[in-house]
Design a protein around this ligand. Structure first.
Ligand code: UFG
Length: 291
């Protein structure tokens, strides 16, 4: 779960008081576990959608109508072809995905109703890695849903083996292919989007944030083994329900219009993730707090 809204503000001294004016908001708060969204749909619709509406109302009340929103490649559903361009038809295959899709539509409706709004929807592909300092990284609660947090927990000895969901896909090695993007590149993409909000042509616009490259599960595991020097034992299992075969981004629009391009490859993603994991094998807590 990402737990905060980020707001950019400027301060000015007015009759002895400090008046804080928010210029723009980056909204990356939301629940994001697909499985949990299936068992607790109301929680997801309430937290993600109602939370966003509340934020938009508060922004309007304060005259701040510039927004960057974290959407997701999940809105492409199971893409019929790759790379996914921003014009692809949209669909959702679970309640989590539906919240992202609905919020995108709410943002489009809002902009149609009031041209003062400037909104950029960023469709994230698969963010991985950690800050190179090793001080900030991902620390999911309970059993990780996503590939790399799970691999990381195997590497530090918290879990015995990685379950590979499916080895019978029509891909290079039979495992699922995704577009992994370093979290630092992703963060830079938000800065590029904030700058773009000052472009008068922006209404409610969408950009993919990915690398444009597809990497299989086994390729990611091999890259992580190389970065960490640890062997990751594998258990091959059946396909995970709802998983697409191959998903990766078309990055042309972000490159041309945001002047942004991912700099890092899977080697850097794995190196920085291992740096975080080896320094913080139990994430932000202690061994006791994780029992
Ligand atoms: N995988 C495994 N074993 C695991 C976890 C994942 O083999 O324990 C495989 C999956 O089957 C898939 C790949 O690793 O082929 C990536 O799976 P993730 O769960 O890491 O990521 P997803 O592509 O399923 O989902 C991610 C985000 C979603 C987002 C979606 C957008 O987690 O929030 O990308 O496409 F919606």
């Amino acid at each position: 779960m990402l737990v905060f809204y980020c707001a950019l503000s400027t301060c000015s001294n007015f009759k002895g008081y400090y008046v804080i004016r928010f210029d723009a908001v980056i909204h990356f708060a939301g629940l994001k576990a697909v499985g949990e969204s299936v068992s607790k749909p109301l929680l997801y619709h309430d937290n993600n959608i109602v939370g966003t509406i509340t934020l938009l109302e508060v922004m309007a009340a304060h005259g701040c109508k510039n927004l960057v929103f974290s959407s997701s490649a999940t809105v492409y559903g199971w893409p019929k072809k790759v790379p996914c361009t921003e014009e692809f038809p949209l669909s959702a295959v679970n309640p989590y995905g539906r919240t992202k899709l609905f919020i995108e539509e709410i943002c489009r409706d809002l902009r149609n109703s009031d041209s003062q709004w400037k909104i950029i929807l960023l469709r994230y592909f698969n963010p991985v890695g950690a800050h190179p300092s090793g001080l900030i990284g991902e620390d999911p609660r309970g059993t990780p849903n996503n590939l790399m947090p799970f691999v990381q927990q195997v590497a530090v000895g918290r879990r015995q083996a990685l379950t590979v969901f499916g080895k019978d896909y029509s891909t290079k090695d039979g495992t699922g292919v995704r577009d992994y993007i370093h979290v630092v590149d992703l963060a830079d993409g938000h800065i590029a989007a904030l700058k773009k909000l000052s472009d008068p042509k922006i209404g409610c616009d969408v950009y993919n944030l990915g690398t444009g490259k597809g990497t299989s599960v086994l390729e990611m595991v091999t890259a992580f083994e190389k970065a960490s020097g640890k062997k990751i034992p594998l258990q091959i299992a059946g396909r995970r329900p709802g998983d697409a075969e191959v998903v990766y981004a078309s990055i042309k629009k972000a490159e041309t219009e945001l002047k942004w391009k991912a700099k890092y490859g899977i080697e850097e993603m794995c190196k920085d993730q291992w740096n975080w994991a080896s320094k913080n094998p139990f994430g932000y807590g202690s061994l006791e707090s994780k029992k």
